[in-house]
Design a protein around this ligand. Structure first.
Ligand SMILES: CCCCCCCCCCCCCCCCCCC/C=C/C(=O)SCCNC(=O)CCNC(=O)[C@H](O)C(C)(C)COP(=O)(O)OP(=O)(O)OC[C@H]1O[C@@H](n2cnc3c(N)ncnc32)[C@H](O)[C@@H]1OP(=O)(O)O
Ligand code: FAD
Length: 659
């Protein structure tokens, strides 16, 4: 007899008569049918392993037990790598990121930094010989590494890092030192307890001169006992807002000597006699950060997809209040206000992914040409990776919080999974370059391009002036033009502000600081333009069936109008937008909300996120929300006895004390 599978009747109804093929959208997002098959096989392979399941929810464990339990699962996952039905890199990507990996390791993978930064640093910064020496060991997990750059006193300002690596030509060694408390490395993931090696960024001194920060390969712990090596002071920094099993750590050096060959010398060298050989570009040592900025854009998008799926399904199950007097309480999704909360983030997941895909392609192209010694694409890659990392992470964090709020009280439960998702996404605002700082890097590139009339592909629009009449056209292509005008206009305003500040007598650095608000706005407009253009162009260029194209086009239009309505002042200021245009866009926006609303569940279904990955009773496929919330509550240790022992210890004496 086949067991009947429960499906909430409202969700069942939402799923009836879907006008498009959900599987086609799934394939589109995965990058092809075969990729979908591969992903599903991998998910089944990992998620069917009983040893990877939690005995109790992580929330109920102590800080140390959480770490130990997640490390156990992380190691088990690594043992499963060899038999994975997907390729090794594909499997690692899935396990380190917000998708499959988060179903098992809910607050971060203690080995993540090894794959996300340590191996990429060895590959990007090590010579062929150095890679031969360490990469295989790293791939085989004979050693586990991290990336130690940030210090207690400095994260953003890399030139201010204090850790010193002084070359001693007599012994042909570098001496590593932390000259002050603020010089201690602080934050590196996996550093606290997991890693036994690190790529350490330190100020290189040779022949009495500081040559700036460079990467050094440093052993931190004994390979057998895991005890810190002499002169290495290492530990964990304590609980955080999220990502609590990433064991972020601190690290100090008390005159630790390492051989000269442990300076990663792909781009710059120190010869035996101490002669320094410069890199072709001084920023090449920042390459590991660029890689992570690129992958973070993809990662926050997956997290956003999870949040939107949870909130959308829940909003179609949840019935509350009265829409039409006397009628049954409506699904909260039928309130226009709820659609306004959830449909823009839903649409954003597509825009962000398509933009992140473009960035990933640029990363690969630029990297290939840099391997051949051609640095031409580096400024564009730096500009775009900063712009998209900052935009995707900050927008995703706001959207995730909106999704949480859209679920009312139940969204505040830990088991809703919103706290963890938010913890992950908001961290991305800070790590790998604090967003404000990255916006200012982008602005620097935009101002330079506009003034010097030279720059890469992503900023070409700042050089080529728009031709023809500047009318307002509200087709998607017309809207892209509006965004472009805003991006150009805001750069011009920022430049005018800089010039104005100079005229007031400010020195260049002060003029820059006093124009920061305008500069950041210009950088944000540039990033938005890139996402909007990627969304519109990708749909134009893709081979999609008419029904899928229709729904994705509606999402695209909704999204690009949403941002205009959100920042209409910029469009009035720079794009000739008139009151009538805005009113027209407003009515188009609400029409689109109504048009997309009936397909919201079908669209999130097409993300094909398994319940284990969503990790939330609110977002499960079957919509059995209330039963699942009860089941979660039953797991609370406070519910294991009717009367907790604390009653006898504290409450009863108080009740009897006649205060
Ligand atoms: C086997 C492998 C399998 C792999 C599978 C892995 C895939 C995983 C997928 C899952 C992803 C999961 C992701 C989640 C994991 C979470 C991990 C988080 C870990 C976090 C780590 C960190 O945070 S590490 C520390 C990061 N720190 C920073 O980012 C510091 C920020 N500061 C800076 O970057 C810089 O200081 C600066 C940019 C702010 C300024 O630097 P500086 O003062 O030196 O420069 P100037 O301002 O003077 O500029 C000079 C000049 O240089 C140009 N420039 C600056 N930076 C760069 C760069 N990076 N590249 C190129 N060019 C650069 C700048 O534009 C200026 O140019 P001009 O021409 O002179 O104008
Ligand atoms: C979860 C997490 C994981 C991390 N993992 C790692 C890791 O693995 N390895 C590692 O090395 N580091 C890691 N970091 C550290 C991270 O890279 C830094 O925290 C980040 O680069 C910000 O630097 P900061 O903390 O010094 O902030 P600060 O630079 O002190 O920022 C404080 C404030 O000052 C502002 N500010 C600073 N400079 C400027 C400026 N020039 N103009 C305008 N405003 C400015 C900022 O916008 C911010 O508002 C991690 C951090 C977190 C949160």
């Amino acid at each position: 007899m086949t067991k009947e599978i429960y499906e909430n009747p409202d969700l069942k109804k939402e799923r009836q008569n879907c006008p498009f093929n959900k599987e086609e959208i799934t394939n589109f997002l995965d990058g092809g049918k075969e990729k979908t098959t591969e992903r599903r096989q991998l998910e089944t392979y990992i998620l069917s392993d009983e040893q990877l399941k939690d005995a109790v929810p992580m929330e109920y464990l102590s800080h140390a037990d959480k770490y130990a339990e997640e490390l156990r699962k992380s190691c088990l996952l690594m043992h499963k790598l060899a038999d994975s039905p997907a390729g090794q890199v594909q499997t690692l990507r899935a396990l380190m990121g917000a998708g499959l990996g988060s179903a098992i390791l809910k607050e971060g993978n203690p080995i993540a930094l090894h794959y996300v930064m340590f191996i990429p640093a060895l590959m990007g910064q090590g010579t062929v010989e150095q890679q031969a020496k360490w990469l295989e060991k790293a791939y085989n997990l004979n050693i586990i590494g991290t990336y130690a750059q940030t210090e207690l006193g400095h994260g953003t300002f890399l030139r201010g890092l204090e850790t010193k690596a002084t070359y001693d030509p007599v012994t042909k060694e570098f001496v590593l030192e932390s000259p002050s408390l603020t010089a201690y490395k602080w934050w590196p993931g996996s550093l606290g307890k997991t890693a036994n090696y690190a790529v350490v960024m330190a100020q290189l001194y040779t022949k009495g001169k500081c040559e700036g920060i460079h990467p050094f390969m440093v052993q931190l712990r004994d390979e057998e006992t895991h005890e810190p090596l002499p002169g290495i002071l290492v530990g964990e920094i304590g609980p955080k807002l999220g990502m609590n099993t990433n064991d972020n750590g601190y690290l100090g050096f008390d005159k630790v000597r390492i051989p000269r060959e442990q300076l990663l010398m792909k781009h710059s060298q120190v010869l035996e006699d101490g002669t320094y050989v410069k890199p072709t570009n001084s920023k090449l040592s920042y390459g590991t950060m660029v890689f992570v900025r690129v992958v973070v854009c993809q990662d926050v998008t997956v997290n956003l997809r999870k949040a939107v799926t949870i909130a959308t399904r829940y909003s179609c199950v949840r019935r509350q209040s009265e829409l039409k007097p006397g009628d049954r309480e409506p699904q909260v999704m039928d309130y226009q206000a709820q659609q306004h909360k959830l449909l823009p983030p839903l649409a954003a997941t597509f825009g962000f992914q398509l933009a992140a895909d473009h960035l990933w392609n640029l990363y690969n192209t630029a990297n290939n040409s840099m391997e051949q010694g051609d640095m031409e694409l580096l400024p564009d890659l730096h500009g775009l990776s900063c712009a998209l990392k900052a935009l995707c992470s900050s927008e995703a964090a706001n959207f995730v919080e909106t999704c949480r709020q859209s679920c009312g009280g139940h969204g505040y439960m830990s088991c809703s999974n919103f706290p963890r998702i938010y913890g992950q996404v908001t961290a991305a605002i800070t790590y790998e370059g604090e967003n404000t700082v990255l916006w200012l890097q982008v602005a620097r590139y935009l101002v330079k391009t506009r003034k010097e009339k030279s720059g890469g592909l992503s900023v070409k629009y700042l050089i080529d002036e728009e031709k023809g009449p500047r009318t307002v056209d509200t087709t998607p292509e017309g809207i892209v033009k509006l965004y472009r005008r805003v991006a150009v206009g805001l750069v011009d305003i920022a430049i005018a502000e800089l010039e104005n500040n100079s005229r007031k007598g400010y020195a260049p650095h002060d003029a820059w600081n006093h124009a920061a608000v305008h500069l950041i706005k210009a950088a944000q407009a540039h990033a938005r333009l890139f996402v909007v253009e990627s969304f519109v162009d990708s749909l134009k260029g893709s081979r999609l069936s008419a029904p899928v194209r229709a729904i994705l086009s509606q999402l695209c239009e909704l999204f690009i109008i949403y941002w205009i309505l959100d920042r209409s002042g910029d469009f009035f200021l720079c794009a000739n937008l008139k009151k009538e245009d805005l009113l027209q866009l407003n009515s188009k926006y609400v029409q689109l909300l109504a048009a997309i609303r009936p397909q919201a569940v079908n669209i999130v279904d097409s993300f094909d996120l398994r319940d284990e990955i969503l990790g939330s009773p609110l977002g499960c496929w079957d919509g059995n929300v209330y039963q699942r919330l009860f089941d979660e509550a039953a797991k609370s240790p406070l519910n294991q006895k009717n009367v907790h022992e604390s009653f006898h210890k504290y409450l009863k004496p108080l009740l009897k004390s006649n205060l």
